[in-house]
Design a protein around this ligand. Structure first.
Ligand SMILES: *Cc1c(COP(=O)(O)O)cnc(C)c1O
Length: 233
């Protein structure tokens, strides 16, 4: 079941990426396994998905330890949900990439904890591309300034940008927000806001990942379409 879902997803990514002439293997699938049992995650891993996304630190920690105890190695752990400052200490211990950096205050905390364990923490800056009040993330027009500030912190490395598109009936309506994120990343790189180039665009979920790929996403965060097999709309 999960195996068929993943085969189907890979085909859909492949046809979306071929439209814009991007190699399929440059696009990373993060299997978002929040609320899923470890047995299910194990199935996903057996299909070759090694990037695992969670949205709660505590839940991630339990699964991280359980998989480790089962001898599963070589996974990359992604924090995709809102991160509270009081969870940063634990988060920095297990996550390879924190997608959801949405304030300079949070970043300060991440940097502080990373210093303590002598780690360079890879992060993405979350942008609230749609401006919805309920969403986390920097406003698009604050983003460049935030990136400038954040890139000065020694123990964090900004790898790119992340956004969560609004829930819409037609995934085509999400395109504007993906495009905005891509343009922001290009602008940051062109203006040399950081001393290094940002490569990652984390955008696209179960309902809109093909549109995200067409707009330049190279990191998809997929939950339901992997575990429940949402069909093409
Ligand atoms: C749950 C979640 C996902 C995966 O969503 P699906 O619609 O199940 O693919 C992706 N990103 C974030 C931030 C999430 O919380």
């Amino acid at each position: 079941m999960v195996k068929d879902n993943i085969l189907n997803i890979r085909e859909r990514i492949s046809s979306a990426s071929s439209k814009i002439g991007v190699p399929t293997d440059s696009i990373t699938i993060v299997g978002v396994s929040k609320n899923r049992a470890v047995s299910g995650i194990k199935e996903v891993i057996d299909c070759g998905i090694i990037n695992i996304g969670e949205n709660k630190v505590q839940e991630a920690f339990l699964k991280y330890n359980e998989l480790k105890a089962k001898g599963v190695d070589g996974l990359k752990w992604h924090m995709v949900g809102h991160l509270q400052t009081n969870k940063v200490k634990e988060a920095v211990k297990i996550f390879d990439l924190i997608h959801s950096v949405d304030s300079v205050r949070l970043l300060e905390e991440i940097n502080k904890e990373a210093v303590k364990i002598n780690k360079i923490q890879d992060i993405l800056i979350e942008v609230n591309t749609s401006g919805e009040k309920a969403k986390f993330g920097f406003n698009p027009d604050e983003t460049i300034d935030a990136v400038k500030q954040i890139s000065e912190f020694k123990n964090v490395n900004i790898k790119g940008l992340m956004t969560v598109a609004p829930i819409v009936d037609n995934p085509q309506f999400a395109r504007t927000y993906f495009k905005l994120l891509r343009e922001l990343k290009d602008q940051i790189n062109t203006l040399h806001i950081t001393h290094y180039t940002l490569h990652i665009l984390s955008m696209g979920m179960s309902d809109d990942f093909e549109i995200a790929v067409e707009e330049g996403s190279n990191m998809l965060r997929l939950g339901r379409v992997i575990f429940d097999g949402i069909k093409n709309k």
